[in-house]
Write a new protein. Structure first.
Length: 329
């Protein structure tokens, strides 16, 4: 064998394990979610962002945004006065009609419609029965949503409400300590919960049949101080929760850098799914939504990345675990 051919063969033999390792690596999952899911303009904006980049999102819907004046008067959350909500209610039947169209079309486009309960109350001290009551109100509100505003519901809506709403995120990320909330979630038919906060990106863990996800702490800012990967937390850090549009560009760049560095670390490392949370409010002049748009545009088109909903992520994570178990990795 000639020296040049031998060198070529040796080089190829060293490359083969690297190529095999790259081929065996799981895709980097990016899971983007929105809490509240009310503003119709932001429904359209987020759906367009997803369509442009081949992404699927998860929408944690607060059900009071499907309640008109009549329903508002009847709604009573645990330990609250009748007709009270921390996030308000729909302003008109026309607003509800438009929102229902956005919810339904998002579902048809492959996005995850999930529950954020109804009135956005801190339920950390609620019992299983109290959580169950709030989940039942969510379910009943969605069951009757189209009829309540004089519309014929699309075929398949009842199936979505009864079987397609797989997950829940607690308002304020205030999960009940102990088993009460999990027991109520299980009774309500949820498959996953996304109410935890983790020290960094972490694989979900199963608890009594519920798959539990957590928003991670990620480094941010010049001192790389950890912060929950969520727009509201950035809003509080950057401007003490007061709107500051003048510094919007700087806030956007800081948020984007934090998101991208968190992504790059996992993409180059263990490829733990990266979860980021947002709200249907464009805080600080839209800084965090622009940072999100930049991230999604940058990473979601990559062949080794999947920007997916929580429901889509679950079987991908389970397949990865089975592969690791059988391969002994």
């Amino acid at each position: 064998m000639s020296r040049s051919l031998l060198s070529t063969c040796l080089a190829a033999s060293f490359l083969l394990p690297v190529m095999a390792e790259a081929a065996d690596r799981p895709k980097q999952l990016v899971i983007i979610s929105f809490d509240g899911a009310h503003d119709n303009a932001l429904w359209l904006k987020s759906r367009e962002m997803a369509a442009k980049n081949g992404a699927h999102f998860t929408y944690f819907l607060s059900c009071t945004f499907l309640m008109n004046e009549t329903a508002k008067k009847a709604y009573q959350a645990p330990h609250q006065k009748r007709g009270k909500s921390n996030v308000g209610f729909a302003q008109s039947d026309d607003e509800i009609r438009e929102r229902l169209g956005n919810i339904w079309h998002a579902h048809l486009e492959g996005h995850d419609i999930s529950s954020h309960a109804c009135g956005h109350f801190d339920g950390r001290d609620w019992s299983a029965a109290e959580w169950s009551a709030e989940y039942a109100t969510f379910h009943a509100t969605l069951k009757n949503a189209w009829k309540s505003v004089g519309l014929d519901e699309p075929a398949g809506w009842q199936d979505l409400v009864d079987h397609g709403i797989k997950g829940f995120r607690a308002p304020y990320l205030s999960a009940t300590a102990g088993a009460d909330m999990i027991a109520a979630e299980k009774k309500a038919g949820f498959r996953y919960d996304a109410s935890l906060v983790t020290k960094g990106p972490a694989m979900p863990a199963e608890e009594d049949g519920i798959i539990r996800f957590g928003l991670p702490l990620i480094p941010e800012g010049p001192n790389e101080k950890p912060i929950i990967g969520m727009d509201y937390n950035l809003f509080v850090r950057h401007s003490k929760g007061e709107e500051d549009s003048a510094d919007s560009a700087a806030f956007e760049q800081s948020a984007y850098s934090a998101f991208k560095e968190a992504f790059d670390k996992q993409h180059a490392g263990n490829r733990i799914p990266l979860q980021l949370g947002f709200h249907f409010v464009e805080m600080n002049g839209g800084a965090y939504w622009r940072a999100l748009d930049r991230l999604v545009t940058d990473v979601c088109h990559r062949s080794d990345v999947a920007c997916v909903s929580y429901s889509e992520a679950i079987p991908m994570i389970e397949a990865r675990r089975k592969l690791q178990q059988t391969s002994g990795l």
